[in-house]
Design a protein around this ligand. Structure first.
Ligand code: UD1
Length: 339
């Protein structure tokens, strides 16, 4: 397939690009580089040995998407990962989040459908599930639009839009992938997560402490109703996640479908830190802080549907993710700026 990968220079996008190319597909990246670097695209090319064209532009602008089709099309599929994703920032800038995270979908769909794509893959989030009584979350679990932040709400809104668009375009394969917590890096150490500023998420924060860029890990609460009192999450290795996209594209059938992409194995904050310490070979300073507002005690999925329908299952462990994240971070202490 020829794939237009929007958000393709981002953390997840770069790994999806590698996985697609390694499965024999051709990829063109579309990215505004607002939260990543063109170096990521070059590194995808280094890893795969394939040319990886990068269109630098805003996927929420019809003319930009049309120009990408004019120059590099036709495409069989669009994989849409172009979004703002900082939960805290989304509370401060809801309009920016709703506008960007929906307009990208509108523009990509308008041009994609007009130009005859067969598949549209969308990156959503496991935070659309709203009832902890449903754990582990299946695709049938209750979802809500009444979520704690504009980022998560924008993702759920996209799903609603996509279901309606699929209904009136019965030939189109529309697939929503609900990610749990992506972590780790490509085993080459050439691409990985490179958040700007102080990371919000646990694994990149631990990575920055390990290279000495941050002083100590803050554990956001150790009084949750969980085995060790810290939060439980379903951390999925980004390479497994990327392979999930390839399977979803290859196995896709016309119509709207939704898949959880996670391991199904909950890991606590303390377990993640211990795993990373093992990878680094020394203890890392940490301190217990108050709970972070908006956090839930536990979230993890039942990935059985993806296994059944896509033949996909997460193969890598949290230790694999820690090893690969450390390999990436230690080789690239300033992320892509190191290059
Ligand atoms: C966060 C987002 C979620 C997004 C996901 C992407 C929030 C509230 N949610 O999920 O919308 O889809 O990232 O991966 O931001 N923790 C610490 N110390 C830290 C950072 C985190 O103890 O410095 C804890 C948290 O309390 C949580 C766990 O580590 O128990 C994971 O946190 P994080 O990596 O931020 O992911 P989520 O909050 O699950």
């Amino acid at each position: 397939m020829r794939v237009l990968l929007a958000g393709g220079a981002g953390y997840i996008g770069a790994h999806v690009a590698v996985a697609l190319i390694e499965s024999g597909h051709e990829v063109v990246l579309l990215d505004d580089l607002s939260n990543t670097s063109a170096v990521a695209a070059e590194r995808v090319s280094v890893i795969t040995g394939a040319p990886v064209p990068l269109v630098v532009g805003d996927a929420s602008v019809d003319a930009v998407v049309e120009a990408a089709f004019d120059e590099h099309g036709p495409f069989d599929a669009i994989v849409h990962l172009a979004a703002y994703k900082a939960v805290g920032e989304s509370l401060q800038k809801p309009l920016d989040y709703y506008a960007n995270n929906l307009d990208t979908t509108f523009a990509l769909l308008r041009t994609g459908i007009a130009r005859g794509i067969r598949s549209f893959l969308f990156s959503s989030t496991g935070t659309v599930y709203s009832d902890p009584a449903d754990l582990p979350f299946t695709e049938e679990s209750t979802t809500s639009i009444d979520l704690s932040n504009a980022y998560s709400k924008s993702k759920r809104m996209n799903e609603v839009v996509l279901a309606d668009v699929a209904r009136v375009n019965p030939e189109l394969d529309v697939t929503v992938l609900r990610y749990f917590n992506p972590v780790g890096a490509h085993e080459s150490g050439l691409i990985g997560e490179d958040p700007s500023g102080i990371p919000n998420n646990l694994m990149p924060f631990v990575q920055r402490v390990a290279v000495g860029a941050l002083e100590e890990i803050g554990i956001f609460g150790d009084d949750y109703d969980t085995p060790d009192g810290t939060g439980l999450r379903d951390y999925i290795h980004v390479v497994d996640l990327a392979v999930g996209h390839v399977k979803a594209l290859e196995q896709g059938a016309p119509g709207y479908d939704v898949f959880n992409l996670g391991t199904g194995r909950p890991v606590s904050v303390r377990e993640l830190i211990a795993s990373f310490e093992k990878a680094v070979g020394r203890e890392l300073p940490s301190r217990v802080l108050p709970r972070r507002p908006g956090d839930v005690a536990a979230t993890y999925c039942d990935p059985a549907k993806a296994q059944r329908k896509l033949g996909w299952t997460a193969e890598r462990t949290i230790d694999d993710a820690s090893r690969d994240a450390w390999n990436w971070q230690s080789k690239n202490p300033q992320g892509f700026q190191t290059a």
